[in-house]
Design a binder for this molecule. Structure first.
Ligand SMILES: C=C1C[C@]23C[C@H]1CC[C@H]2[C@]1(C)CCC[C@@](C)(C(=O)O)[C@H]1[C@@H]3C(=O)O
Ligand SMILES: O=C(O)CCC(=O)C(=O)O
Ligand SMILES: [Fe+2]
Length: 348
């Protein structure tokens, strides 16, 4: 199901770059934050409380999105994959995959040590997927990092990511046809994708009206295929207001990210969204982030550039945008504009 893009989603920045910069911690050591204490606290630590203008509305209207049946592309079963998520919840196991400063893969909780305020109320596990047929990067990651006990987990996620990659390429064919640049144009661009898979785990929060599971942002990646479990939480910003995107058991939410917005020369808009939490039940989501491989230069097809629609963003590679989001700028709703300025300053 495609979340429709509306130009109005590109709205006034939530963070000025100065505020964003303040929000990024320096190269401090990671402080372990014992999330097991969290659900029992009546108040929550101040670092998790968001400013008034970003506090969530917990009862927004639902956005009715027309589901698009893409059964022919699906081969993995997200329900089985989502059920396995609960197994990986032992603290000791998490520490094996502890995410290191500056890296975007591994296990992260609360993001203490990475950001100084507006901490997301979640734990995440992120890992690479390589579409290179000779690679089983996901299986290898779990076996090498998490050990033999996670062999099954790794093979299920390897299969899931392969299905997501295949689905993504099918969607890229649809997008190429929609923009009139042909079925192969974007499909070829993402054929050898080097993507990111992320498991989001949102513990119950005693003050859900003050916190956010994931703050307002546009994904800096190209395309996101999101599977929500049956707990509401995803919200999207459309025509000046927030709407909930209700979970649908047999469907994914698919949204455009910043990199594809640049690739389409701004004709498709990356979608502003966030995830709210609740005070009763754990919420989980699986996000597959499609990314071009490191050698691809993100530059729009010539047919998408005209006097009426001149170049919107400079050429860049995904690794440079990824580094920007990991070391210099916390992804928000202005990431691509801030990145463009950063690139121009760096090159002048
Ligand atoms: C490349 C990525 C960076 C983030 C994970 C993927 C795509 C989405 C990005 C993110 C979720 C956007 C909101 C802020 C963020 C810090 C988060 O809440 O996790 C972002 C991820 C990240 O930088 O780790
Ligand atoms: O958990 C969700 O519903 C959304 C998470 C998200 O936006 C992300 O991980 O980029
Ligand atoms: Fe997102």
């Amino acid at each position: 199901m495609l979340v429709p893009h509306h130009p109005s989603m590109l709205i006034a920045p939530q963070n000025t770059s100065a505020e964003n910069h303040d929000n990024m911690e320096g190269q401090k050591q990671l402080h372990h934050f014992d999330e097991s204490l969290m659900p029992n606290q009546s108040n929550i630590p101040s670092q998790f409380i968001w400013p008034d203008h970003e506090k969530p509305c917990l009862t927004p209207p639902e956005l009715h999105i027309p589901p698009i049946d893409l059964k022919a592309f699906l081969s993995g079963d997200p329900q089985a994959v989502s059920a396995i998520c609960a197994e990986a919840n032992e603290l000791s196991q998490k520490q094996k995959a502890q995410r290191k400063i500056g890296e975007h893969c591994g296990y992260a909780n609360s993001f203490i040590g990475r950001f100084s305020s507006k901490l997301p109320w979640k734990e995440t596990l992120s890992f690479h997927y390589s579409a290179d047929k000779s690679s089983k990067s996901v299986e290898d990651y779990f076996l090498n990092v998490m050990g033999e006990d996670f062999r099954k987990f790794g093979s299920v996620f390897q299969e899931y990511c392969e299905a997501m990659s295949k689905l993504s390429l099918g969607i890229m064919e649809l997008l190429g046809m929609t923009l009139g640049v042909g079925r192969e144009c974007f499909r070829d661009f993402f054929e050898g994708n080097e993507s990111v898979m992320r498991l989001n785990y949102y513990p119950p929060c005693q003050k859900p009206e003050l916190a956010l599971g994931t703050g307002p942002h546009c994904d800096p990646t190209s395309l996101t295929i999101l599977h929500q479990d049956q707990v509401e939480g995803l919200q999207v910003f459309v025509d000046g207001r927030w709407y909930s995107v209700a979970p649908k058991e047999d469907a994914f939410v698919v949204n455009i990210g910043d990199t594809f917005m640049a690739l389409s020369n701004g004709l498709f808009k990356s979608c502003m969204h966030r995830a709210v939490v609740n005070n009763k039940i754990v919420r989980k989501s699986l996000a597959f982030f499609l990314c071009p491989n490191r050698d691809k230069v993100v530059t729009p097809p010539k047919d998408l550039i005209s006097n009426e629609n001149p170049r919107t963003y400079p050429d860049f590679t995904w690794p440079s945008l990824l580094e920007f989001t990991q070391k210099h700028y916390r992804s928000d709703t202005e990431t691509l504009d801030a990145f463009s300025r950063w690139l121009l300053e760096k090159n002048n």
